[in-house]
Design a protein around this ligand. Structure first.
Ligand code: ASN
Ligand code: ZN
Length: 344
């Protein structure tokens, strides 16, 4: 049977009205995108996998959603398709960002799409990328601290774990684990900026849209001053590698913010940032686009599985020298931003 690509439209819980490429087979539409490696999104119907390590007796549903009129999600409470629209849109923007910015053809750079499982589990307050299925899983959150985890930055964060595991393969513990996590937060900010996210300025909060009042805080992580979350490191110390990777990431998140935006106070789209430096220096930013290009080049050309913070300084300096020239303002800014987070 002939299958056609159609232009659909979706209303996401977080993403608002977004364009979607869908598949038509006869009179039925599927939330599956042939223009981006056949990425599809499923409703896992709040079921969970039942697995022993990699041997699974049961997997939550993962077949693409179908629809009669190609209008996905009406935006009303209780419409489960809105969360699926966000997931599919998150895949689209992440795919487009890597392709149009770096010429990367999908997460694995092989043209292959991933798939999404939305509404996974019972009050499941997490989302994760899985290399073995090349797929994303999104919980609905617990409903008091966290809503569904399908915001664009969370989607981009998780899928970027797939990019890291296809490139530098940073081991997910110790300092390399912090760099792995930071890579995902950095590309989350970059994808939001690529998609504009309703504004034309960057956003350096991670997960701000999924937080509910019960969380008592405005975001999962803060790149301007990571310690705003109460746990993350603002700058490097000999103890950094002992932290959970979601907290040791703070050093590189802070580096990236300082590199892009500079130090001190700044308000971007109504969000107030105040980024300190560990050495008392005062920095000017080179902008998020240049900072993102430096990080991607460092990740894909210079970092390895065991890269630590000292190695990340060298890797990003090499990348900046390649992209902008040794002795460039961008290379000097990389050195200054690392020094400002005590990576010397
Ligand atoms: N949401 C988590 C993360 O991306 C999942 C995990 O534990 N890796 O960091
Ligand atoms: Zn992560």
């Amino acid at each position: 049977e002939t299958v056609h690509t159609d232009a659909g439209q979706g209303r996401g819980l977080y993403g608002g009205t977004v364009p979607l490429e869908t598949t038509r087979s006869g009179g039925t539409f599927q939330l599956s995108d042939p223009t981006r490696g056949n990425t599809h999104t499923a409703d896992s119907k709040n079921q969970s996998d039942f697995c022993f390590l990699i041997f699974c007796l049961w997997r939550a549903p993962s077949t693409a959603l179908t629809d009669a009129d190609n209008a996905w999600g009406d935006g009303t409470a209780g419409d489960r398709a809105t969360v699926a629209v966000d997931a599919q849109y998150g895949t689209n923007m992440t795919w487009d960002f890597f392709k149009n910015t770096f010429g990367r053809n999908g997460i694995g750079n092989d043209g292959k799409g991933s798939y999404n499982r939305a509404h996974y589990g019972n009050k499941y307050a997490n989302a994760f990328w899985d290399d073995s299925c090349f797929c994303m899983t999104y919980g609905d959150g617990d409903g008091t601290k966290m809503g569904p985890l399908t915001s664009l930055d969370v989607a981009a964060h998780e899928m970027s774990h797939g990019v890291t595991s296809k490139t530098a393969k940073l081991v997910y513990s110790g300092e390399s684990g912090g760099l792995n996590e930071a890579t995902s937060d950095i590309f989350a900010a970059a994808v939001e900026f690529y998609a504009k996210n309703g504004t034309d300025v960057p956003d350096y909060l991670v997960g701000e849209k999924i937080m509910l009042p019960g969380a008592g805080r405005s975001a999962l992580r803060y790149m301007d001053r990571p310690s705003r979350d109460g746990k993350s490191a603002d700058s490097w110390s000999a103890e950094t590698g002992k932290l959970d990777v979601h907290y040791s990431s703070g050093v590189a998140n802070h580096f990236f913010y300082l590199l892009a935006e500079g130090s001190g106070k700044k308000t971007l789209h109504g969000v107030e940032y105040d980024s300190p430096t560990a050495n008392g220096s005062s920095l000017n930013g080179i902008g998020i686009d240049a900072a993102t290009r430096i990080w991607y080049k460092a990740l894909t050309a210079y970092m390895t599985s065991s890269t630590n913070y000292a190695g990340a300084r060298t890797a990003t300096l090499n990348a900046a020298n390649d992209l902008f020239g040794a002795g460039s303002a961008q290379s000097a800014a990389v050195a200054a931003a690392w020094s400002a987070v005590n990576v010397n």
